[in-house]
Design a protein around this ligand. Structure first.
Ligand code: COA
Length: 181
């Protein structure tokens, strides 16, 4: 398990990131309940149902899947959500973001804390230069969050319902020094 500071305003809150391959059975089930919650599922690339057996098979593949890293995020209150780096290039200079907050929690700002913790984790790899993502145009909270954390539009997506965005390392580093202001 790895601890990263998800700094927000003047509060320092620690988000811990644990690879799916290291989760206990109870945590693996919680991931399934979060991922299949309608508030999360509707914005996923695959919004359809995920049978429990398929989830178990997905979890069993985690240790061998070097291109995709899925992490359970936890804090003082328990599970905060899931963050992921998908389609990592061979040289690890780029990766595609995945994120969802715990839909059973209600506080504001949880997504921003998750995102910042993932950024700190991802850019601690010196070879990473760019985090990319694709987001549904109608996903207003996510679009707002990404733009406010320095992501810029990065070309057209093949599916016009989606927007491609990217965060460059220099933008992340410049923003990070200002988190506490
Ligand atoms: C995307 C997600 C992680 C964001 O988490 P969150 O806890 O809701 O986000 P935060 O509260 O930290 O920030 C959301 C921001 O969007 C704003 N927002 C909320 N609803 C909004 C709306 N309808 N239009 C514009 N902005 C909106 C909030 O005010 C906040 O901005 P602020 O901090 O400047 O006030 C979360 O909504 C989620 O898990 N959604 C389901 C899965 C998903 O969509 N994943 C992303 C796929 S690309």
């Amino acid at each position: 398990m790895t601890a990263f500071k998800g700094q927000l305003d003047d509060t320092t809150l620690t988000i811990r990131l644990t690879p799916f391959a290291e989760l206990c059975a109870e945590q693996a089930e919680l991931v399934w309940r979060m991922r299949t919650h309608p508030a999360v599922a509707e914005w996923m690339t695959n919004p359809g149902p995920i049978p429990w057996e398929a989830h178990l098979a997905f979890m069993a593949r985690q240790a061998d899947d070097l291109a995709n890293l899925n992490l359970l995020a936890t804090d003082e209150a328990g599970a905060a959500g899931v963050v992921a780096l998908h389609n990592r290039s061979g040289s690890h200079d780029s990766a595609e973001l995945g994120i969802y907050r715990n839909p059973f929690r209600t506080e504001r700002g949880l997504g921003r804390r998750l995102l910042r913790a993932l950024h700190d984790f991802a850019f601690s790899d010196p070879s990473l230069t760019t985090i990319t993502l694709r987001v549904h145009r109608d996903n207003a909270p996510a679009c707002h969050l990404y733009r406010s954390e320095g992501y810029a539009e990065a070309g057209a997506d093949a599916d016009p319902r989606f927007v491609k965005m990217a965060l460059q390392r220099n933008v992340y580093e410049a923003r990070r020094t200002r988190y506490g202001e």
